[in-house]
Design a protein around this ligand. Structure first.
Ligand code: HEC
Length: 108
């Protein structure tokens, strides 16, 4: 009985390590970064998209979230710390930003 318990504990601790991979974790963060998901504006594949189009002074204008899959790490971190227009300010840890960066730059 004690042996079985020990084995079960061992197996579950081994499984727990691989419960989700780094990439799965990063994807969850991308979709749900304690706030509106990055995907809503930058698209599922981080290649950017048109958030809205509207008419201003007779001209059709577009509000665009830029692609973020091909950006330097420095610029990525800077943008998250200091969004310029409609992008929300997130309170992400360095580790979370690292994961997000890895995720967006690995999009095919
Ligand atoms: C509401 C829409 C919206 C959401 C949600 C959003 N962004 Fe943005 N993002 C933008 C827009 C628009 C810009 C262009 C400049 C600005 O507003 O800061 C931008 C700019 C960026 C840039 C800089 C791109 C460059 O070329 O300089 C990065 C990096 C970025 N976003 C990453 C993210 C990440 C990561 C998330 C999720 C944690 C996210 N964004 C969520 C709209 C959004």
């Amino acid at each position: 009985m004690r042996l079985i318990f020990a084995l079960l504990t061992l197996i579950s601790s081994l499984l727990a390590d691989d419960f989700i991979t780094r990439m799965e974790y990063a994807e969850l963060l991308y979709l749900n970064p304690r706030g509106i998901g990055c995907d809503k504006c930058h698209g599922n594949d981080a290649k950017g998209k048109v958030i809205a189009s509207f008419r201003q002074k007779g001209e059709i204008r577009k509000l665009i979230a830029p692609p973020i899959s091909n950006i330097t790490k420095a610029n990525f971190f800077k943008a998250l710390d200091n969004p310029k227009t409609v992008m929300p300010k997130y309170s992400l840890t360095n580790e979370e930003m690292e994961s997000l960066y890895e995720y967006v730059t690995k999009q095919p």
